[in-house]
Design a protein around this ligand. Structure first.
Ligand code: C2E
Ligand code: MG
Ligand code: MG
Ligand code: MG
Length: 289
């Protein structure tokens, strides 16, 4: 038995829960030092044109090379970094690294016009300094603004005040592309699409998952496919690009192509991998020409 904080109530001691809490606080405590020690790495995942099969962009996805725990995925620490505010400096580090890598690719493979897509946490997007941070990351790296895309979830787009963020207009004015990440899983009203300079919608994985490998829908009534169909039409009516996330099979890629989805991302086209593997892919394509 353990005394619950404050109220004088008693709670059942749950060893599993407290082990989890200890692991969690150990991770939180380690985050700032890990950033100083350079333990974070950026992996990149191809975003591929469904018709031509060319790699148009890559998404920057951060990982933690933990000295004891090995490679840790962002699902285990991004939430913690958001809670503690460290996401602002971690996110800025990812942004600068991604711009640097993208500029290297641009110099070596100018024809590819490869866009780098960087996730922006709500807390970063809500910070008025974000515009100068992005401008500086572009200036320092030399990357043209048009080759940078920023991904925000629907809730990040709306900001803490529940109003579409003003900074998004300023970011768009810099010339960067803006994408709505995990589109369809938030619960914001769609009015922001009318008012904001958005360039791309990224359809959330679960809709794509609903398109099963054998081409039938999980619910057998093709409901997810119909949702994808409707969302692609919505995007195109607004002259936005659409990227389907979590494409895992050839059948899914084929169906998405038939539904006129523009680009796909997922293990079928390549898992997130270190920058070198993107360089190798760009090189291989050049040789084939
Ligand atoms: P996200 O932005 O929606 O990124 C897509 C996630 O889908 C990635 O998870 C990617 O590895 C995963 N994925 C790739 N291919 C497949 C597939 O075929 N099937 C399925 N089911 N999933 C696939 P990851 O790398 O674990 O990242 C998770 C989330 O962490 C990201 O979701 C993003 O929200 C966040 N994140 C990652 N890096 C950063 C960052 O630098 N800054 C911020 N703010 N968030 C980040
Ligand atoms: Mg993951
Ligand atoms: Mg993303
Ligand atoms: Mg996503």
């Amino acid at each position: 038995w353990a005394k619950a904080a404050g109220r004088g109530r008693w709670a059942v001691y749950d060893p599993e829960r407290s082990a989890r809490d200890i692991a969690r606080s150990a991770l939180v405590a380690g985050l700032p030092a890990a950033l100083d020690r350079g333990e974070f790495v950026v992996h990149y995942q191809p975003i591929v044109a469904l018709l031509e099969g060319t790699m148009l962009a890559v998404e920057a996805l951060v990982r933690w090379e933990h000295p004891e725990l090995g490679l840790i995925g962002p699902d285990r620490f991004i939430g913690l970094a958001e809670e503690t505010g460290l996401i602002v400096s971690l996110g800025e580090w990812v942004l600068r690294q991604a711009c640097h890598d993208a500029e290297r690719w641009r110099r070596e493979f100018p024809e590819a016009q490869l866009v780098v897509s960087v996730n922006l946490a709500a807390r970063q997007a809500d910070d008025p300094a974000i515009v100068s941070t992005v401008a500086d990351a572009l200036a320092t790296s030399g990357l043209p603004a048009g080759l940078l895309q920023l991904e925000l979830t629907e809730s990040a787009v709306m900001g803490s005040a529940g109003e579409p963020l003003r900074s998004l207009h300023q970011l768009a004015a810099l010339g960067v592309r803006l994408a709505v990440d995990d589109f369809g899983t938030g619960y914001s009203n769609l009015a922001y699409l009318r008012r904001l300079p958005i360039h791309c919608l990224k359809l959330a994985g679960p809709f794509v998952e609903g398109i099963r490998a054998d081409g039938t829908d999980v619910a057998a009534d093709h409901r997810d496919e119909r949702i994808v169909d409707a969302l692609v039409r919505l995007a195109h009516a607004l002259e936005l690009w659409v990227t389907a996330e979590a494409v895992e099979t050839a059948v899914q890629a084929e169906r998405l192509r038939a539904l006129r989805c523009d680009t796909g991302q997922g293990r079928y086209f390549g898992a997130p991998a270190p920058a070198d593997s993107i360089t190798a892919r760009l090189r291989a394509r050049e040789v084939r020409r």
